[in-house]
Unconditional design. Structure first.
Length: 462
């Protein structure tokens, strides 16, 4: 096979059968700009991300009916997407037979429509591109969270709230670490990586010290000195990143700037579910690639839990918050009772019924604070089985080849997402769910590219 033929395989996703149609090239350009833009915006402003995604999804559906290439899916893709489609089907069925079909109708339509994010990113968005754009937006949001924690009331609330941001960080923080590992492996210069990690560690310590300064009752001069040291460390991190090039530059940027800001935001938001998710996801990743780093991760987590007073207090209050009147113990008991009474579910987005069954639950809590229990209660046992099938097949695709660091990292991010979801309903947060859809689609895109390159190389050798 010639080089031109290989190129045709790689870019066949943009072509109409036989030749480019009049709209094929402009559409390809729109997708190549729109996909990373949507990934960048999703941690910052949902309305802007919606405005970017909606035209892309509509354009893809148009091409789906006019271009046979858009209707082809690999075996691995079908194995993952079929159980997801069955789960969506159960969402619709449970809504029809549930307690109030009209209440969840708009949420059901939104769920179906924005699931189109998966095929859009599957056709047009490489995982490295999507991850880079997502982490750029997440870093900006994390910097804002740090400033808001360090100097409360000084900066306006411009981005997502703590709950949503922490839910996104449960995915993006693990992805950032795997992306750094991916580029470090390509660069093969671990000394440079270690220097970037050392600088990033110093930046993280300064960020946390400044964030929690009020809890330590530090005098103003100490605060000013810490802020000056923080600014100097941050500028040194940025300078180091700018001086590098290629894969090394990306490693430096991730290790010394982005990951410290992401971890700082994760900790200062004081959300225990995402803490657990990121710890489990990162532990799984390092268990695969660097067991010695795993020991350091556990040690650092223990030190943070013991030495940082806000984190320690938050962890110690876990049992009290679980058993408090109207807390998770009450909501989880009601969810199990509903699952027994409604085996096909009460209907998608109808979990607000919990307030009528237990008035002591705060009015702002309109779900069961657990992915598993929410899915069982709303879509029934069959819906829960289909969703579990989807997660298992997705993880099998991620871990099928451990040489693919990014795919394994994606699998660890999915584990983190669902681990955090044991104690929160993060699949009910559209800002988190659409982020996951983007990454799932992009992962399959990159797998397609690898198969095309392997087929091209085999043909050339033959």
């Amino acid at each position: 096979m010639t080089g031109d033929s290989t190129s045709q395989i790689r870019h066949s996703r943009h072509e109409a059968p036989g030749s480019y149609s009049a709209l094929a090239r402009p559409a390809s350009t729109i997708f190549s700009i729109g996909c990373p833009l949507a990934a960048f915006l999703i941690p910052l402003k949902l309305s802007l991300a919606y405005a970017t995604l909606a035209p892309l999804i509509i354009l893809w559906w148009v091409s789906f009916f006019t271009n046979a290439q858009q209707r082809s899916f690999s075996i691995a893709e079908r194995r993952t997407l079929v159980p997801l489609l069955l789960f969506f089907l159960m969402c619709a069925i449970s809504s029809l037979v549930g307690v109030d079909f009209r209440h969840g109708l708009s949420a059901l339509i939104s769920l179906f429509f924005f699931a189109g994010t998966i095929p859009v990113f599957l056709r047009y968005a490489p995982l490295t591109q999507t991850a880079a754009a997502l982490l750029a937006g997440q870093t900006i949001a994390s910097a804002h969270s740090f400033l808001d924690a360090a100097f409360p009331g000084t900066f306006p609330n411009m981005f997502q709230g703590k709950v949503t941001e922490s839910g996104q960080l449960a995915v993006s923080a693990v992805l950032a670490i795997s992306l750094m590992w991916h580029f470090a492996a390509r660069e093969g210069r671990m000394p440079a990586t270690r220097r970037s990690l050392a600088l990033g560690g110093a930046l993280l310590l300064l960020l946390l010290a400044t964030s929690f300064r009020a809890h330590a009752a530090l005098p103003p001069n100490t605060t000013v000195a810490m802020c000056a040291a923080l600014l100097a460390c941050f500028l040194a991190s940025v300078r180091r990143s700018l001086r590098a090039s290629g894969a090394e530059q990306r490693v430096c940027l991730l290790a010394s700037v982005q990951i410290p800001l992401l971890v700082c935001a994760l900790l200062v938001n004081l959300k225990r579910g995402p803490w657990l998710g990121v710890l489990v996801g990162c532990a799984l990743f390092f268990a695969v690639y660097a067991k010695r780093v795993l020991a350091g991760l556990v040690a650092a987590s223990c030190i943070a839990a013991i030495s940082l007073e806000p984190i320690r207090d938050r962890l110690l209050a876990s049992y009290e918050h679980f058993t408090i009147s109207g807390g998770r113990s009450t909501m989880w008991r009601i969810a199990l009772d509903l699952a027994s009474e409604y085996p096909l579910g009460i209907g998608y987005h109808n979990s607000g019924i919990v307030r009528t069954l237990a008035p002591e639950i705060p009015p702002e809590l309109k779900h069961f604070h657990s992915n598993v229990l929410n899915i069982v209660a709303e879509t029934g046992w069959l819906g829960a089985a289909f969703f579990a099938w989807f997660i298992v097949t997705l993880l099998r695709s991620c871990f099928v080849d451990r040489r693919n660091i990014l795919a394994v990292g994606m699998g660890c991010a999915i584990v983190s997402w669902q681990t955090a979801g044991l104690v929160e309903y993060n699949i009910g947060d559209s800002e988190v769910l659409i982020l996951v859809w983007m990454l799932v689609g992009s992962m399959f895109f990159s797998m397609r590219e690898e198969r095309s390159e392997a087929a091209g190389a085999t043909s050339e050798v033959a």
